[in-house]
Design a protein around this ligand. Structure first.
Ligand code: GLN
Length: 242
């Protein structure tokens, strides 16, 4: 797949980057590299300019770091909304996911503004959800997604924003409605750390294919890789409801 390329921006890695979320970037880069797809990569830190990219990634973080990230993101809300509408792919993990919605209201402070790329909002809950998650996603084959959650935020989806998956084991968005994560257009959010992509190669490839379609205006089926280790890891983490 020589001559193909995609560009990836990592938003605020110095603020939002819990539980090895950077591993998601490495996975996207590696799975492109193995196929001869060139990757242009850029880290965007506070007060940095954000340019046109095919994939934007934002990781998880503590409430304190989310305050600064939320402030920064407001300067780029209009541009990132335009990028969303032009088909750019977004992947937000946990704290980063929360800021892709309208707001995140922690326990001990006022609401942090999100950038409303998806119709969702988050409020702090009394309980912390910590543990392995197995969820079923209807647009991936196989359907399972596995990962690790650690959050007190309760996220509620509205309007046309669909869940990323339905939890079989674990709490997901709020421990009530069995939804996990969210999707609107090519904007994806999830509570699954791990990082999520190395152990869910089908999701990683799905995002790469969407990014290629955004850049080149046509669907490109990625050639298969030898994912024996990835699928063994995935299978070892799939939990059945008790
Ligand atoms: N601070 C947020 C919460 O507790 C996000 C945590 C995270 O990114 N793991 O819900």
């Amino acid at each position: 797949m020589d001559n193909l390329r995609i560009s990836i921006a990592h938003l605020y890695p110095q603020l939002l980057n819990l539980y090895g979320d950077t591993g998601n970037i490495l996975t996207l880069m590696q799975r492109c590299g193995w196929r001869g797809i060139e990757v242009e990569f850029e880290q965007i830190n506070t007060s940095g300019e954000i340019k046109d990219h095919d994939i934007y990634f934002i990781g998880g973080g503590q409430d304190k770091q989310q305050v600064e990230a939320a402030h920064e993101l407001q300067f780029h809300k209009e541009f990132l909304t335009q990028q969303r509408d032009e088909g750019s792919v977004f992947l937000g993990i946990c704290g980063g996911y929360q800021l892709l919605g309208h707001y995140y209201r922690p326990f001990d402070s006022g609401s942090l503004p999100g950038i409303s790329l998806m119709d969702a909002y988050t409020v702090a809950g009394k309980k912390r959800f910590i543990g392995n998650v197995t969820a079923e996603s209807d647009f991936l084959t196989p359907h399972t997604l596995v990962g690790f959650e650690n959050h007190s935020g309760l996220t509620y989806l509205q309007g046309e924003t669909e869940p990323l998956a339905i939890t079989a084991v674990g709490s997901g968005n709020n421990g009530e409605d069995k939804t996990e994560g969210g999707r609107f257009k090519n904007v994806f959010g999830t509570y699954l750390h791990g990082p999520i992509l190395p152990k869910n190669p089908h999701f990683a490839d799905y995002l790469i294919e969407l990014a290629l379609e955004k850049r080149y205006g046509k669907k490109t089926a990625l050639p298969a890789l030898n994912d024996e280790i990835e699928w063994k890891t995935h299978a070892s983490l799939v939990r059945k409801p008790y």
